[in-house]
Design a protein around this ligand. Structure first.
Ligand code: HPA
Length: 246
């Protein structure tokens, strides 16, 4: 059976509908993951869950040990990884509450450890990353959304920024000129590390706010939290269908 893992983002530090069987502490050669892995049953299917920012939501995007997280999931037997992520909406129709399954990424992060291929190499390694997300997993997510009667945007370019501050309006203008539709702080190096470990990986992004300069007034954490609360209940419905389709 395909081992399925869900990575929760901001707004999803626990899966309420998961019947938890046990927690597993995994140590990795790259340090500690964001927390123990939670194993359990979701809609009749065994899955594991890891909240990217820790169970108490205390690890900011630039401090997440992405290498340890992905390594721990692989070590525990994960083959398919669904990452949930909160994002800002850049494109006009990317308004708060929308769910997007991106198909491309542009990486604007810096100084994050972003590869497993850097020490003790027998030879220099470059992985193909033309299509950063798994086609099959993206299609499954879209089918699951259809089954859950949740509107979803199929495709879009995710601009990964460094954070933890939000962007300036000019930075968002630049991202838009580059072709980004949504902006978030955790998409990279997570997706690239998944590819290096040959894990199938797709993202379900929830628009929490209009990106800087695209909405009215200041972007507040409170507004983000309110929007995410609604968005995450849609994601939960999608995940419940998803586990049946894998
Ligand atoms: N920018 C970057 N990351 C985000 C945003 C944003 O506007 N909203 C939620 N995560």
């Amino acid at each position: 059976m395909t081992a399925l893992a869900i990575i929760g983002g901001t707004g999803l530090t626990q899966l309420d509908m998961l019947a938890i069987s046990n927690r597993e502490i995994v140590h990795t050669p790259y340090g500690e993951p964001s927390g123990p892995l939670t194993h359990g049953i979701l809609n009749g299917r065994k899955i594991m869950f890891l909240p990217r920012h820790g169970y108490g939501h205390t690890i900011p995007p630039h401090k997440v040990n992405y290498r340890a997280n992905m390594w721990a999931l692989k070590e525990a037997g994960a083959v398919c990884i669904f990452a949930v992520a909160a994002v800002g909406g850049i494109r006009e129709d990317m308004d708060a509450g929308r769910i997007v399954v991106p198909d491309q990424i542009i990486d604007y992060t810096w100084s994050r450890v972003n590869t497993y291929f850097e020490e003790g190499l027998q030879q220099v390694t470059h992985v193909d990353f033309t299509y950063p997300y798994s086609k099959t997993l993206r299609e499954t997510l879209i089918k699951a959304a259809y089954a859950a009667k949740v509107n979803i945007v199929d495709g879009g370019t995710y601009g990964a920024t460094q954070g933890p501050r939000l962007e300036t309006a000019a930075e968002i203008d630049r991202l838009e000129r580059d072709g980004c539709d949504i902006v978030g702080m955790t998409g990279m190096p997570e997706a690239a590390l998944a590819r290096e470990l040959q894990l199938n990986y797709a993202t379900c992004a929830v628009v929490a706010n209009r990106a800087a300069g695209r909405g009215e007034g200041e972007i507040t954490m409170k507004d983000i939290e309110v929007q995410l609360g609604e968005g995450m209940s849609k994601v939960a419905a999608v995940l419940e269908q998803l586990v049946k389709l894998i």
